[in-house]
Ligand binder design. Structure first.
Ligand code: NAD
Length: 492
C-alpha cells in the first residue's frame, strides 16, 4: 500500500486532521494508496507558503530561470512516465495504451510554457495625448489555486500549473479525492527539478474541506477549475464574493456530425474514438452523433462492427482497449442513464449492460453502448453521461444539423465529417463550441486554446494567449513634461 503526505513548502507533512482515506483501484475495487485528508488549516499553510514564495524566491528568479525549472520538470516527467502512468491508471482505471501517451504528452506543456516564460513582452502604446509615454506591463497575479477532476488528473493539472508558474505565479493544487497520486508524484519531480520551496504545493482532500477554503482564502488571487458544472457554479459564485479571477473548464454534450459526402470509414473510427476513448469519461466526448439521414443505417452498421471488437479488461494490460469506470458512483450514474434512455424510447443497438465475471475485476465495467432513435429533447441527448454511451440522431441538411448541434446548453466541442469546403466553412463558422474538429476528433495541443462556450465554461487553457489569463495588464503612464498644471486654476 502506497502512503502519501501533503506537499507544502517543499516538505512532506502529515495532514492537520491526522486522517488518511483510501484510493481504490477501479479494476480490483481494492484500496491501493493512502491519501492524506487535508483541511482548512493545511490550506492556510500552503497558501501562506505560496504567497511567501511569490514575493520571495520565485520573484527573485528571472523568467528565463523559472522557465528552465519548468523545462526540467518536463524532462523528469518523460523519464518517469511509466511510473506515473501506472499510478494514474490504478487511480482512474484508464487503459495503459492511453494513459502512458497522455503522461508523456504532459511533459510538452512544461516544455512549451517553460519556453514561453521569457517571451511575454509588454508593449509601448502610441498615445492620443502629447508628452506622455505609455507602456503595458504583464505581471503575475499571485497565488493560483488549481482544482481538478478525476478523469485526467495529471494532464488537466498541467494545463494550469505550467502557464501559471511560467507567468510568475505560485500554485496550490487540489486534485480530485479519487485521483490524487499523480500530483504527489509530480511534486517529487518539482523538488528534483529545483523548484524553490512554496512555489508548488499539493493538498489532497474533499471539495468542501480543501476546495472551498482555497477559493475563499484572501491570498488566493486566481482560481483554475476543471470539473462538473454543479461544482463549477459553486466555485464561480464563491470566487465572485471577492472578485477573484476564475477559469472554468466544465462539461459537454458534444455533437459529432457526419455528412453523406464524408470518408465514412475514417468518420466511423473518429466517432468511436470520440465517445469510447477513456470509456467516454472525458469532457470532450462526442456523445451525440448526428447522422445525415441517407447514410444512417449503413453508418450505424460500421460502428457496430468496430464496437463489437473492443477488448475490455485489466487496464494495466497493454492490449486492453476498454477499462473500468473510474469510480463506483460514476458507474452507477452511467447505468442509470442507460435506463433513462430506454424509458425515453431510445433503442439500444449495442451494449447497454455492465460487464461482470472473470477478467472484469470487481465488475465496474460498462459495455460500449449505442442508442439509435434518439431525439434531441431526450435527457440522453441533453445531459452529460460521462460514460461510454453514444446517442445517434438523424438530420436532413446543413441547417438541420446546425440547429440540432447548437440546441444544447453546452458548447465545449464539435466534430464535422465532410469532404465539402462549403460544408466545412458553413459549420465551423456557426457551431457554438470552443473547439471544432473537421475530419478528426479529440485532438488537443498545448499550442492552441481549449475551453467552452455557454455552460461549458469560462476562459481558455492552452496556446500562447492563455498565459495572459494568469497575468494582470498594467498600464503605466509616464509624463515627459514634468510641469503638472494646477487643477484649480481654471482656464475658462
Ligand atoms: P467535480 O465537479 O465533482 O469535481 C471536480 C473537483 O472539484 C474535485 O477536485 C472536487 O473535489 C472539487 N470540488 C467539488 N466541490 C467543490 C466545491 N464546492 N468547491 C471547491 N472544489 C470543489 O467533477 P468530477 O466528477 O471530478 O469530474 C467530472 C466532470 O469534470 C465532468 O462534468 C466533466 O465534463 C468535467 N471535465 C471537464 C473538462 C474540461 O476541460 N472542460 C475536462 C475534464 C472533466
Amino acid at each position: 500500500m502506497e502512503h502519501y503526505q501533503l506537499f507544502i513548502n517543499n516538505q512532506w507533512v502529515d495532514p492537520n486532521s491526522g486522517r488518511w482515506f483510501d484510493s481504490l483501484d477501479p479494476f480490483t475495487g481494492e484500496p491501493w494508496a493512502k491519501i492524506p485528508e487535508g483541511d482548512s488549516t493545511d490550506v492556510n499553510r500552503a497558501v501562506e507558503a505560496a504567497a511567501a514564495a511569490f514575493e520571495g524566491p520565485w520573484a527573485a528568479l528571472s523568467p528565463t530561470e523559472r522557465g528552465a525549472i519548468l523545462y526540467k520538470m518536463g524532462t523528469l516527467i518523460e523519464r518517469d512516465a511509466q511510473r506515473i502512468a501506472d499510478a494514474e491508471s490504478r487511480d482512474n482505471g484508464k487503459v495503459m495504451s492511453e494513459v502512458f501517451g497522455q503522461v508523456k504528452y504532459t511533459a510538452k506543456y512544461f516544455y512549451y510554457y517553460g519556453g514561453l516564460a521569457d517571451k511575454i513582452h509588454g508593449s509601448v502604446v502610441p498615445m492620443d495625448k502629447p508628452k506622455v509615454f505609455n507602456m503595458i506591463r504583464y505581471e503575475p497575479m499571485g497565488v493560483v489555486a488549481s482544482i481538478t477532476p478525476w478523469n485526467s488528473s495529471l494532464l488537466l493539472s498541467a494545463w494550469k500549473i505550467a502557464p501559471a508558474l511560467a507567468a510568475g505565479n505560485t500554485i496550490v493544487c487540489k486534485p480530485s479525492e479519487f485521483t490524487s497520486v499523480s500530483l504527489y508524484e509530480l511534486a517529487k519531480l518539482a523538488e528534483e527539478a529545483g523548484m524553490p520551496p512554496g512555489v508548488f504545493n499539493v493538498i489532497s482532500g474533499f471539495g468542501a474541506d480543501v476546495g472551498e477554503p482555497l477559493i475563499r482564502h484572501p491570498k488566493v488571487a486566481r482560481i483554475a477549475f476543471t470539473g462538473g458544472d454543479e461544482a463549477g457554479r459553486r466555485v464561480y459564485m464563491t470566487a465572485a464574493e471577492n472578485f477573484k479571477r476564475v477559469s472554468l473548464e466544465l462539461g459537454g454534450k458534444s455533437p459529432n456530425i457526419v455528412f453523406d459526402d464524408a470518408d465514412l470509414e475514417k468518420a466511423a473510427n473518429g466517432v468511436i474514438t470520440g465517445i469510447f476513448s477513456a470509456g467516454g469519461q472525458t469532457c470532450m466526448a462526442g456523445s451525440r452523433l448526428l447522422l445525415q439521414e441517407s447514410i444512417h443505417d449503413e453508418f450505424v452498421e460500421r460502428l457496430l462492427a468496430i464496437a463489437r471488437k473492443a477488448k475490455a479488461g485489466d487496464p494495466s494490460d497493454k492490449s486492453t482497449e476498454v477499462g473500468p469506470i473510474a469510480t463506483r458512483p460514476q458507474f452507477e450514474k452511467i447505468m442509470k442513464y442507460i435506463d433513462i434512455a430506454k424509458s425515453e424510447g431510445a433503442r439500444c443497438v449495442a451494449g447497454g449492460r455492465a460487464l461482470t465475471g472473470a477478467g472484469y475485476g470487481c465488475g465496474q465495467f460498462v459495455e460500449p453502448t449505442i442508442f439509435v432513435d434518439v431525439t434531441n429533447d431526450m435527457r440522453i441527448a441533453q445531459e452529460e453521461v460521462f460514460g461510454p454511451v453514444l446517442s445517434v440522431l438523424k438530420f436532413k441538411d446543413e441547417a438541420d444539423a446546425l440547429r440540432i448541434a447548437n440546441d444544447t446548453r453546452f458548447g465545449l466541442a464539435a466534430g464535422v465529417w465532410t469532404r465539402s469546403l462549403h460544408r466545412t466553412m458553413f459549420m465551423t463558422e456557426r457551431l457554438r463550441a470552443g473547439t471544432v474538429w473537421v475530419n478528426n476528433y479529440r485532438s488537443t495541443s498545448f499550442t492552441t486554446p481549449f475551453g467552452g462556450y455557454k455552460d461549458s465554461g469560462v476562459g481558455r487553457e492552452g496556446g500562447m494567449d492563455s498565459i495572459k489569463e494568469y497575468m494582470e495588464a498594467k498600464s503605466v503612464w509616464i509624463s515627459t513634461d514634468l510641469d503638472m498644471p494646477n487643477p484649480f486654476v481654471r482656464k475658462y
